[in-house]
Design a protein. Sequence first.
Lengths: 210, 210
Amino acid sequence: MTAPERLSKRDAIRRENERLILSAAEKVFAEAGFGGATMQLIADMAGLPKANLHYYFATKEELYRRVVQEIFEIWLHAADSFDNAPDPATGIGAYIDAKMDISRRHPHGSKVWASEVMHGAPVIQDYLETTLRDWTEGRAKVIEAWIDAGLMDPVDPRHLLYMLWATTQHYADFGHQIETLNGGRPLSDRQWAAAKQSVKAIILKGIGAA
Amino acid sequence: MTAPERLSKRDAIRRENERLILSAAEKVFAEAGFGGATMQLIADMAGLPKANLHYYFATKEELYRRVVQEIFEIWLHAADSFDNAPDPATGIGAYIDAKMDISRRHPHGSKVWASEVMHGAPVIQDYLETTLRDWTEGRAKVIEAWIDAGLMDPVDPRHLLYMLWATTQHYADFGHQIETLNGGRPLSDRQWAAAKQSVKAIILKGIGAA
DNA sequence: GTCTATATTTCGATAGAC
DNA sequence: GTCTATCGAAATATAGAC
């Protein structure tokens, strides 16, 4: 009785501390980049001694890899909005909404991902070549089916996907620039709604699905 | 006679070495980020001893700042395509072409800029608040004039500009991801032309200017 | 599982001969 | 203007008491 209890309590502590560290790491990696981030900064933000980070994550790279993996999972889940949609206006519209919401709720993760890709994806190249490639090919087929059914213009599915990624993630990755051009204030609820509406309106009309 | 001659020769050497260092620095900063880049890496890529870098640029920050400034100048020049255009299809179409060409020819610079903004623009915040803000307001007025003239749909000029920046710069900043999804090969001349055509077709139709 | 003290490496920057 | 040698600071990572 005592052994399993101690084990589960130990697991609970581990889970909680890992969550604490990963959350702090996401913020620090986003704001300073991998090279600019220090274990000390992450430890301070997590409120733990630096040595504890190495107890839970052997190296800085391992901690970073976990952060990137978590972000990737969030991207993939946004794809659900894309599936089982009867037409492009519904499917792509919902996908834009989902990606814009992620940009607002997880700006740090988006930046870490962007930085990783910009530096040549040294840590997650395997994900690009397997999971992301499969995902992209699957959605391209869905778009091609919509085109064949006459529901939208015959656009190149890949360039449409790139435009969707670029436009939605821009609100997270370049959020500081947007905030500066907004008079130094973050976008309000109304402004975020207007942003989503603008993006959807232009793209859906642009592909003949409005 | 000899003094001016020595001076101009010295200036020529300085100019040439600065160009060599700035070019190497742009590449290293883009691939490793500011924190990940080392003066040693930049020196090796430039083919110079590390100490020479500090002779031409006192600190790492000063060298970085010069790199970012150079990129900013290139962005601004692309605005020429925007001006004196009779209608949005011509002006925005030319702007997309120019930005896409820059993404292809200066991918490193685009990444350094993106990284700088993602980290909160610690070095070029003043540019965002002055030059970029003025530029943005000026183009927004041009777009509003086109809207008032009935030449395009009444879209929010700022969100349109964000879409233009995001979409065109995506081909530089996320070039590695695009290359991976392209079978590991860089986009060919034909594929770049197709990308430009796709972007222009969707956006120009999307704003009612096609 | 926690935390202080420290080992080891590496980086930015400089001194000083040429 | 060039370059070798090196200093001092800061980073990752670990040892070892609790």
